[in-house]
Design a protein around this ligand. Structure first.
Ligand SMILES: [Zn+2]
Length: 250
């Protein structure tokens, strides 16, 4: 396993970037929250990142999901066997998606049809090796118990941002001044030739106009640090990042 980049970005907030998928670990004493979980093949890297922070999988009180794509929930079935206390939480719509009551994800056919694009072939080979074609579902996924800050380590506040998927959710960390943007707003992707705040390619979004509308939701949030689903973390406010996306860099 190539160790991912693990960065402490704020008190109790740790950002992990494998180069193709990201997750965030929120720690509070002996307890931790994991936000997203990489591809199926990222299980060793998820376990490594917890261990580096002095945590065992059993310490996970919750796993929050931004959305149910295989690069964000892939390691969960195996991880949950070792984390019996962890609740898997997301929005009501996305919980059904995580349970695979439906699937909103680019198909292998969509990907093959785009292999002519720069960067797609090496990316496709990488994700197949990482387990992207595996049928991943997490029956234990449930909806947040209520609106507002969640009673889990890090006290994240869910921000509904439907578009990339119908129940996509970002997470605001008011105390840390950080925003986990998931795949609503990213800072790089193996299939993108630009760096900095941007939207993923259209084929990855379930409803692209809704993704653009979701940017309006992120724009006013008070934060100075963005933790995206893909690409490096970025010291920028949501307003500045959204302005760059709208200016056509996205
Ligand atoms: Zn993704």
């Amino acid at each position: 396993m190539k160790p991912p980049a693990l960065t402490r970005v704020a008190d109790g907030v740790h950002f992990v970037n494998t180069g193709s998928a990201n997750w965030t670990i929120l720690t509070e004493g002996r307890s931790a929250t994991l936000v997203d979980a990489g591809y199926p093949g990222d299980l060793p890297a998820v376990l490594w990142s917890l261990e580096r922070l002095g945590h065992r999988p059993e310490d996970l009180a919750a796993v929050l999901v931004t959305h149910a794509h295989v690069d964000h929930i892939g390691s969960l079935p195996e991880l949950l066997r070792r984390a019996p206390h962890a609740k898997v939480l997301t929005s009501a719509a996305e919980a059904r998606h995580v349970r695979r009551e439906f699937l909103e994800q680019a198909t292998p056919f969509d990907v093959v049809a785009n292999l002519w694009r720069p960067g797609f072939l090496p990316w496709a080979l990488h994700i197949v090796r990482a387990g992207a074609l595996r049928d991943v579902r997490v029956p234990a996924a449930e909806a947040f118990p209520a609106a507002g800050p969640l009673d889990v380590p890090g006290r994240p506040v869910p921000v509904p941002t439907p578009g990339h998927t119908s129940g996509h959710t970002c997470y605001h960390l008011p105390e840390a001044g950080a925003l986990i943007t998931g795949d609503t707003l990213v800072t790089a992707h193996p299939t993108s030739r630009s760096a900095g705040p941007q939207l993923l390619a259209s084929l990855f979004h379930h409803d692209e106009p809704a993704v653009r509308a979701a940017l309006d939701v992120l724009e006013p949030l008070p934060a100075g640090l963005l933790l995206p689903g893909h690409g490096p973390h970025l010291a920028a406010s949501p307003a500045d990042a959204v302005a760059l996306v709208r200016a056509g860099r996205g």
